[in-house]
Design a protein around this ligand. Structure first.
Ligand SMILES: [Zn+2]
Length: 291
């Protein structure tokens, strides 16, 4: 944290230096913008193909073909979900929450895309509906669906209080991915990555800028919907923090299951325009070293 009593004196022109205007690092209109109107037409009358329940304090994996949609649904009560995404045939290509945050901001909603990491850096999924989009940002500066937090994990808990809790989202995601791939927990741990915090309500304190959470405004029936840009393997953990209004790495919070719904378009809107997965990033990976 920044010190309230800095060690070094401010220079004479400190106010002038601070007054320079901010410049958006990555203007979104320069990115590959999602063809939302096409996706909205494709999702008209789409059909539910499969429904998967994610039990409280557990995670489950799911596969979504490219060109299909999926929803994460709040079913029984306020519950936060931690989402991981991979390109199904290559787990090395996975969701990159840090770059997604740099491109779209701290909290995602309709039209924002979930990008994969280097060297792929392409959209894995695009958000096509968000029933909590009315929330915006509240008086504390908090919003929902953040790409700030990493995921609750047993290592940080151990650092804080020397306890061993095995149902943090990190561990839940490891168990589900190990089951899906048949690989050991040691082999699979590095494939679990920073998440999209679905339904989580978070922000930064105005004085210290520390990351904070508050009770999620999500209610039964709310959902966040995605278009799968590529063939996806996903894993969703129903966070042990429940609505994340108080505690997130223990059994003390009330938790509920979440549901993943897989939808298939029933019209030919996507095939009509020859919609296909975005190609992987065009940079040649020479990094100034030749080929
Ligand atoms: Zn969690």
């Amino acid at each position: 944290m920044k010190s309230r009593t800095p060690d070094f004196p401010a220079p004479l022109d400190a106010e002038k230096r601070k007054a320079t205007p901010p410049v958006v690092c990555y203007p979104v209109d320069q990115l590959r913008v999602a063809p939302l109107e096409l996706y909205f037409r494709a999702r008209k009358n789409f059909e539910l193909v499969e429904s998967l329940e994610v039990p409280a304090r557990e995670a489950r994996t799911f596969e979504i073909p490219a060109g299909h949609f999926f929803r994460i649904v709040c079913v029984d009560g306020p519950q936060v979900g931690d989402l991981n995404l991979w390109q199904a045939e290559n787990l090395q290509e996975r969701f990159y929450s840090g770059k997604t945050r740099a491109l779209h901001g701290t909290h995602l909603s309709t039209g924002d895309r979930l990008w994969s990491g280097f060297p792929y850096l392409r959209p894995l999924a695009t958000i096509t509906a968000d029933t909590l989009d009315w929330y915006g940002f509240d008086e504390f500066g908090a919003g929902v669906h953040d790409v700030i937090g990493t995921r609750c994990d047993p290592y940080t808990s151990f650092l804080s209080n020397q306890t061993k809790y095995h149902h943090c989202c990190h561990s839940n995601l490891i168990r589900s991915l190990a089951l899906e791939t048949g690989l050991s927990k040691a082999e699979i741990e590095a494939d679990v990555h920073d998440v999209l915090n679905v339904f989580m309500c978070t922000g930064f304190l105005q004085d210290t800028h520390q990351y904070f959470m508050k009770a999620s405004p999500v209610r039964s029936g709310d959902y966040l919907e995605f278009f799968a840009e590529v063939h996806l393997l996903g894993a969703l953990s129903a966070c042990p923090g429940g609505d994340c209004g108080s505690e997130h790495s223990s059994d003390s919070s009330t938790c509920y299951p979440l549901r993943v719904e897989h939808y298939c378009p029933t019209n030919d809107e996507l095939t009509k325009v020859g919609c296909r997965s975005p190609s992987i990033n065009g940079y040649d990976r020479s990094h100034g070293m030749g080929n």
